[in-house]
Ligand binder design. Structure first.
Ligand SMILES: Nc1ncnc2c1ncn2[C@@H]1O[C@H](COP(=O)(O)OP(=O)(O)OP(=O)(O)O)[C@@H](O)[C@H]1O
Ligand SMILES: [Mg+2]
Length: 154
């Protein structure tokens, strides 16, 4: 299966929120999305844009301490994980988090590297990096679901 890629300059926080909103409009059922990038590159900001784009109007908190925040929508639940505080990849198994990943609900995972190979293959991988005061984002798709979503973004 061929991998597709999209690269975008995000000049400011508003652009990151807007990208999240754009992705929310093209989400496919059961999407598994990895959010990668160094500390402070905007992973939670993008998740916030996506979750607000789905119609959530409360505050979208970073799951840094809780590890997971869940949002109930009419037809699915969105799981927002932040695995930064894992000290061992096996915490993915002992936490029971793998049970939240299924073909129906949407999952966003910040710091997926912390669970190493224990995570399933994502549909999309969104990688943020610093570019002066702005950010660059690379989006890759790894599945048919992901290709479909990515094709609609560009
Ligand atoms: N495109 C952008 N340009 C400049 N600043 C941005 C951009 N997108 C987000 N930011 C800012 O970057 C800061 C860090 O954002 P955020 O908390 O989303 O990062 P994070 O990647 O989730 O960090 P962590 O690894 O700690 O979870 C925030 O102040 C946010 O406003
Ligand atoms: Mg974060």
């Amino acid at each position: 299966m061929t991998m597709k890629e999209l690269k975008i300059l995000l000049s400011n926080e508003k652009n990151t929120l807007a990208l999240g909103k754009n992705i929310s409009a093209h989400l496919v059922e059961g999407a598994l999305i990895f959010l990668k990038g160094d500390l402070g590159t905007g992973k939670t900001t993008l998740a916030r844009g996506l979750i607000m784009g789905l119609g959530y109007s409360g505050s979208v908190k970073s799951p840094t301490y809780t590890l997971i925040e869940q949002y109930e929508f009419d037809v699915f639940t969105l799981n927002h994980f932040d695995l930064y505080r894992f000290t061992d990849p096996n915490e993915w198994l002992t936490s029971g988090f793998q049970e939240y990943i299924n073909d129906h609900d949407v999952s966003l995972i910040e710091w997926p590297e912390k669970a190493s190979e224990l995570l399933p293959k994502p549909d999309l991988e969104i990688k943020l990096s610093y570019k002066n005061e702005s950010r660059i984002v690379h989006i890759n798709s790894f599945t048919e679901k992901g290709h479909k979503c990515l094709a609609n973004l560009s």
